[in-house]
Write a protein that binds this ligand. Structure first.
Ligand SMILES: [Zn+2]
Ligand SMILES: [Zn+2]
Length: 221
């Protein structure tokens, strides 16, 4: 399981994952662990400081750049610019030669080349599509870059597919078909093969070619 935001408080024991990788200590990424976790939890030293009072028994320390194994997968964390109070990492997750990269909330990936090179899929920050949400209240940048910028990163590093999750009000409150088409066109312009939205509450539609009698039955039920 990647991140465990406050929405999942009370559900995480039912889901019973094998392991949880936490990207940073913001409530929407980690506060589902306020009452503990049914499995080992992986996080950086800074994130463990953010979660100091949580009754998590199996605390695993993640060191950015150092590869580690979790349930048959090889994982490597990369430092991100996003928040000064809750420093974030993205995870490159590999099995054999296949890799995906997941970022939660992001302004930039510090070692973007190493993080994304050779990845099949980039799973990114859907806070905003075009408008930048990057701010500089102090010395450092914080916030979110838009989907458009992340698609450019994918194009530069040769990642053919992107999925945007953890979506902001623009996507959640908007017309998903239109916004999906916008994201696809931004991706196409940059030479990506595919890009899609996976907002909270996403349902996967599986189309089955039903036999005629099944179709008839469906009509009557
Ligand atoms: Zn955050
Ligand atoms: Zn967030």
């Amino acid at each position: 399981m990647l991140d465990c935001g406050e929405d999942w408080l009370g559900s995480v024991f039912g889901i019973d994952p094998d392991a949880i990788l936490v990207t940073h200590g913001h409530p929407d990424h980690a506060f589902g662990l306020k009452r503990g976790a049914p499995c080992p939890v992986y996080a950086t030293r800074e994130t463990w400081q953010n979660l100091a009072g949580f009754p998590i028994k199996e605390r695993k320390l993640v060191v950015p750049g150092a590869a580690f194994r979790v349930v048959g997968l090889t994982v490597r964390a990369f430092s991100l610019v996003h928040s000064t109070r809750a420093p974030a990492v993205g995870y490159r997750i590999s099995r054999g030669k296949e890799s995906v990269f997941y970022v939660p909330d992001v302004v930039c990936i510090k070692e973007r080349r190493q993080a994304l090179h050779g990845c099949r899929v980039y799973i990114g920050d859907g806070a905003t599509i075009i408008r930048s949400m990057v701010r500089k209240p102090g010395k450092e940048l914080i916030g979110h870059v838009p989907v458009r910028t992340q698609l450019t990163w994918c194009a530069k590093e040769g990642v053919p597919e992107a999925i945007f999750t953890h979506c902001g009000t623009q996507i959640v409150g908007g017309d998903e078909r239109k916004l999906g088409a916008l994201i696809r066109s931004l991706a196409r312009k940059r030479g990506l093969a595919a890009a899609r939205i996976a907002h909270d509450g996403m349902e996967v539609t599986v189309s089955v070619r039903a036999k005629s009698e099944d179709r008839a039955r469906k009509r009557t039920t």
